[in-house]
Design a protein around this ligand. Structure first.
Ligand SMILES: Nc1ncnc2c1ncn2[C@@H]1O[C@H](COP(=O)(O)OP(=O)(O)OP(=O)(O)O)[C@@H](O)[C@H]1O
Ligand SMILES: [Mg+2]
Length: 509
């Protein structure tokens, strides 16, 4: 494969695509194309129709009207298997790898090489797996015999992309591929995308992050309310993309930092906290304060969150919450004690997909209401209050009684945020709070966090999005190998934080 001359005919063309779900017009008359050897960014707010467009391309959904052309020929895919056979691979927001199988088994699933006796040729499978993986800088170290479920998310993603390439995909679609990756892993993914591009693959790249568009895209298509709002043949300034997405400029993306008068006494104090992963954790989060927690994957940030939340408790040290010694041995105990935790992963959060949007928002408060000793009335977040929160999150749904499964990914995430906000915990831990959330709603979450802090909560925010940590937090702590190794006030640079996160000198927290 070689990259074709610029300006060549589109490899994929979608013309006049319209798609209606009950009560929602997801797409109306959308036209879109992507050429070999280019990255076409597809952006838009949560619910704008991006994933739906991709699902029509791959044969998951059928368009009400419109046409899909592959190399100028009309195609009709009734099932994703058909589009995959035609060379279109989609890397979904949720992975499709089988976690209990090896890397090689996943790569060759359903098309295993056979010996002449008809047995699976394991040696050849491993060799070819190594060959495919060697295309990707990030994948050179992956053992073909490794069980996929034991790999970190970033590596699983490389395997998923390698799988697409090994099946001969000429079109690769990535739907928010960096949502679960940290900074360094994002760089690896970008290199992978560059490799695909130089190999002449046509790439459709869906993201909510402006920096990725600037880094990767050749062209940009903006969807808004199911229509094409703008098309850019060259990547414009982020502000211009945001304007096309949201329909206006966003002022005050981050909320104003806490003023000295807004910071109260410590809500959380940890002294000498430790367990199998964590070492000598000294930490304080004050009322009114948002503390950001940065670090690379495996630095112990999530372990710290899990210790505070009673999921993987501290084995050493002292923890006080609002001045009282606590020792949470279960999440339930932590929740009852006033600790909330918002994981970024929609699935692990146990989003109850069968429920309506409003019920999901109210789920936690209702489940714990009888036990939520300190403030029962608050815990019984009434429906009106919940609707208000859902409104503030600008959740895009036909109605709040709608089944949450039908919401776009980002809107599901917003419903979870609303759920926790209704509980008013003393300490609220956010893990990757804006993963998969559109630029406008991100601003909404930062402002909600600030409002919660102003109302007296202490907030600990774990995020791999460095601009977010810097912009939204009053202080930033950096973890490395289970320890807090550095502390920064406002105005720290990404370089300083990265330096500390990747092995800079030890600094007292
Ligand atoms: N299976 C479905 N049934 C009903 N409505 C649906 C279904 N799938 C999507 N929708 C609706 O279609 C619209 C577009 O959703 P889509 O998932 O394409 O958005 P998106 O742009 O991918 O958003 P996000 O950035 O949140 O992933 C939304 O209003 C969504 O609720
Ligand atoms: Mg989507």
């Amino acid at each position: 494969m070689t990259a074709p001359a610029p300006g060549s005919a589109p490899m994929i063309e979608m013309k006049g695509i319209t798609k209606t779900f009950p009560g929602v017009r997801a797409l109306s008359d959308v036209s879109f194309d992507v050429r070999a050897g280019e990255v076409q960014a597809l952006v838009g707010e949560n619910g704008a129709g991006k994933s739906t467009l991709i699902k029509i391309l791959s044969g998951v959904y059928r368009a009400d009207s419109g046409a899909v052309l592959l190399n100028g020929e009309p195609v009709h895919f009734a099932h994703p298997v058909e589009s995959l056979r035609a060379g279109i691979a989609v890397i979904y927001q949720e992975f499709s790898l089988l976690p209990e199988r090896t890397v090689a088994q996943n790569l060759f699933l359903g098309r295993e090489p056979r010996t002449r006796f008809g047995l699976i040729d394991g040696a050849r499978m491993r060799r070819e797996t190594r060959e495919v993986l060697s295309l990707f800088a990030a994948a050179g170290r992956i053992d073909p015999d490794r069980i996929v479920g034991t790999l970190d998310v970033a590596t699983q993603q490389v395997v998923e992309i390698a799988k697409a390439v090994s099946t001969g995909a000429r079109v690769v679609v990535m739907d928010e591929p960096t949502a679960a990756l940290n900074e360094a892993e994002c760089e690896e993914l970008f290199a992978t995308v560059d490799t695909l591009r130089t190999r002449g693959v046509a790439i459709i790249y869906i993201t909510h992050r402006m920096r990725e568009i600037a880094r990767l895209a050749d062209r940009v298509t903006v969807l808004k309310d199911g229509e094409v709002a703008a098309r850019f043949d060259e990547v414009p300034e982020p502000a211009e993309i945001v304007r096309a997405m949201v329909g206006r400029d966003i002022a005050d993306f981050y909320a104003a930092p806490a003023t000295a008068g807004e910071i109260g006494p410590p809500v959380l104090t940890v002294r000498g906290g430790g367990n199998a992963v964590l070492k000598g954790i000294d930490l304080e989060v004050k009322a009114g304060e948002i503390v950001g927690l940065a670090g690379i994957q495996g630095a112990g940030r999530v372990a710290l969150a899990m210790a505070l939340f009673g999921q993987a408790p501290f084995e050493r040290g002292e923890v006080t919450l609002s001045g009282e010694r606590v020792d949470f041995r279960s999440p339930r105990a932590a929740i009852l004690g006033g600790v909330g935790l918002l994981p970024g992963d929609r699935k692990s959060e146990g989003l109850v997909l069968m429920q309506s949007v409003r019920d999901n928002g109210m789920l936690t408060s209702r489940a714990f209401a009888p036990l939520w000793a300190s403030d029962r009335r608050n815990a019984h977040a009434d429906t009106t209050g919940m609707d208000g929160l859902l409104d503030r999150m600008e959740i895009r749904a036909a109605s709040y009684d709608q089944d949450i499964r039908a919401l776009s990914g980002g809107n599901q995430q917003k419903a979870i945020v609303a759920r926790w906000l209704s509980m008013r915990p003393k300490l609220l831990i956010f893990i990757e709070p804006t993963r998969g959330i559109d630029v406008n709603a991100k601003a909404g979450i930062y402002h909600l966090m600030r409002d919660l802090a102003r109302e007296g909560a202490g907030i600990l925010m774990i995020s791999s999005d460095l601009p977010e940590v810097i912009g939204a937090a009053d202080r930033v702590l950096v973890m490395q190998e289970g320890r807090i190794v550095a502390a920064f006030g406002r105005g720290a640079s990404e370089q300083e934080i990265m330096h500390a996160a990747t092995g800079g000198a030890e600094v007292a927290a």
